[in-house]
Design a protein. Structure first.
Length: 316
């Protein structure tokens, strides 16, 4: 009896394997293939699988845990700018290799490979567009391009965009994400910090609004320049924001740093950031801030009315 049951059990196990072979790829294999195809997305925080389409509809914010998954620059522009209003600027600017720099690879090879792989010329998109019908100049950095590092092209494109904004009296918004200056361009990369900051100062002198949005991660020379020069500085939840890395600071101070060190929440508490805005509310928040800071154009009849009331006050 026991033998019979055992052999039945064995037989059914064989059947199960046979059926499994016949039924083709398992749901797990299929799932892995679909992840590779980009149909599904696994949250890097809670590992929950979500349909990429659903996740994109929620602006790549995990529906389960609220984790802000990384967004590329094209998707960011779609999220923020009204349809058919985006006009890219200076798309022809290409990086060069003036120092003929070589680390493990030649910088020129590294550039070409990255450009071919992700279809971008450098690590920033700049342009003019409308956000809920209000005009803005928008710069969006892309972490996929050499860690969003700031080389000459990033610096030049942002500077030209800020100058355009000053001329047209547009507010500037920059979505920051960067590992810092691009070491392969040495000093030329560091000079971009001063160049962008100078353009922002002229924008500020013209009494115009600049809002940087710090996303995960914003570090190094970008934090040390335009990311922290905003009139209002916004950040995404849980974004890492800092200058030097945690390990370097810990080794220098010989102290263990707190868990939330260099997070958006910690920076908000210490007054470096003005607000933390979830990505799903970013477009509306930016619109409200920009609408509040629209330059007041005094209509002619108002001027007349003001002059009259001043005169009448004076007469009294
Ligand atoms: Zn999640």
């Amino acid at each position: 009896m026991a033998n019979n049951e055992e052999s039945r059990g064995l037989k059914s196990l064989f059947d199960w394997f046979a059926n499994r072979r016949k039924s083709g790829p398992t749901s797990l294999e299929r799932q892995e293939r679909e992840i590779a195809d980009g149909l599904w997305h696994k949250c890097s925080k809670c590992s929950v699988l979500a349909y990429t389409k659903d996740l994109k509809a929620n602006q790549m914010v995990c529906i389960e845990c609220g984790h802000h998954n990384r967004v590329d620059s094209d998707e960011r522009i779609r999220q923020l700018i009204d349809n058919n209003t985006w006009k890219p600027l200076d798309e022809h600017l290409r990086p060069t290799d003036p120092l003929e720099f070589r680390d493990r690879k030649l910088y020129s090879d590294r550039l070409r490979e990255t450009q071919d792989k992700i279809g971008l010329i450098d690590a920033v998109h700049t342009g003019l567009g409308q956000i809920n019908a209000l005009p803005i100049a928008l710069g969006v950095m892309d972490f996929r391009f050499m860690g969003g590092s700031m080389g000459s092209v990033v610096g030049e494109k942002l500077t030209r965009m800020i100058e355009q904004a000053t001329q047209r009296r547009y507010p500037v918004v920059i979505i920051c994400t960067s590992g810092g200056a691009r070491m392969q361009e040495g000093m030329l990369s560091l000079m971009q910090m001063a160049k962008i900051s100078a353009a922002l100062q002229r924008h500020k002198d013209a009494r115009l609004l600049y809002i940087p949005v710090l996303t995960n991660p914003t570090t190094g020379g970008v934090t040390a320049s335009f990311a922290m020069l905003g009139d209002i500085i916004l950040a995404e939840p849980k974004a890492t924001i800092g200058f030097a890395g945690r390990r370097v600071i810990e080794q220098t101070l010989r102290e263990k740093l707190p868990e939330n060190f260099q997070t958006a929440e910690d920076l908000l508490q210490h007054g470096f950031v003005d607000d933390i805005v979830p990505r799903t509310q970013l477009k509306n928040t930016l619109t409200q801030l920009i609408a509040l800071h629209q330059p007041v154009l005094t209509p002619p009849h108002m001027v007349l009315w003001e002059t009259m009331s001043l005169t009448s006050t004076a007469a009294e």
